[in-house]
Design a protein around this ligand. Structure first.
Ligand code: ADP
Ligand code: MG
Length: 232
């Protein structure tokens, strides 16, 4: 699922300095893109635009060929169901167990119950977190919550995966495992956009495109394809 920002500027209420200034970039369908830059450079703000948790003051946000500003809420919901989102703060359902947090989105997408249950148990086993499945989020460590949040976003095989600092709280071994999960979902055709300031995670990801932010500006784009028209 292709995503694009065109000259996007975002101000947070009460702030005179924009969080993003005239930011433009394109992540083509099927790409594995990373959004890098120091803390405060605008990575989280950028990701929030793509599921319209935030709208820009100027410029436009395009997802799958659609300008999000023009999209009725119902259509937006349909689009969001094709996305997997890993939030920086995880946002697990607090009253459901880890298992249910991962299972429910599969059921909501129409995966038959038995198949969905098997998928969740298999991934938990692979991640070495089977023992967590009956726990509620409050009883999980930050790193454990992150693994559950990643499992929840990846399992439905979304067309677009947006992940915000997915390895922020985990050990190096787990970072490698997370990178492998991302590699796999990308190989299955998902367009991936990972925001991170972690050099460790970056070296492990099979990124084809890197967009670097600083103080709300794009300062470098590496690996971009030529603009349409100049290529085959
Ligand atoms: P990053 O994810 O790269 O750390 P953010 O997108 O979170 O950067 O933040 C970009 C800028 O916007 C920072 O200066 C930050 O302080 C500011 N900012 C982020 N979220 C908010 C908010 N909800 N309200 C006000 N300012 C915010
Ligand atoms: Mg952030």
């Amino acid at each position: 699922m292709r995503v694009e920002l065109r000259e996007v500027t975002v101000y947070y209420e009460g702030h005179f300095v924009p969080a993003l200034s005239a930011v433009s970039f394109t992540v083509p369908e099927g790409a594995f893109a990373v959004l890098t830059g120091p803390t405060g450079s605008g990575k989280t703000t950028t990701l929030r635009l793509f599921y319209r948790e935030l709208s820009p003051q100027s410029g436009s946000v395009w997802v799958d060929g659609v300008n999000l500003a023009r999209l009725p809420f119902r259509e937006l919901q349909r689009l969001r169901r094709q996305m997997g989102i890993v939030f920086q703060d995880c946002r697990l359902l607090p009253c459901e167990t880890a298992y249910e947090n991962v299972l429910l989105p599969l059921l909501a997408r129409g995966v038959p119950t038995r198949q969905a249950q098997a998928m969740v148990l298999e991934l938990f086993a692979e991640l070495g977190i089977s023992y967590l499945r009956h726990k509620r989020p409050v009883a999980l460590s930050g790193g454990e919550q992150q693994l559950v949040a990643i499992a929840r976003a990846l399992l439905p095989r979304p067309r677009l995966l947006l992940a915000d600092e997915p390895a922020g709280n985990v050990e190096p071994m787990t970072t490698a495992h997370i990178a492998e999960l991302f590699r796999r979902v990308h190989a299955q055709g998902t367009t991936v956009l990972v925001a991170t300031h972690s050099a460790d995670l970056l070296t492990l990801l099979p990124a084809t495109l890197q967009i670097e932010l600083q103080d709300g500006h794009v300062v470098r784009v590496t690996g971009a394809e030529p603009q349409s028209g100049s290529g085959p």
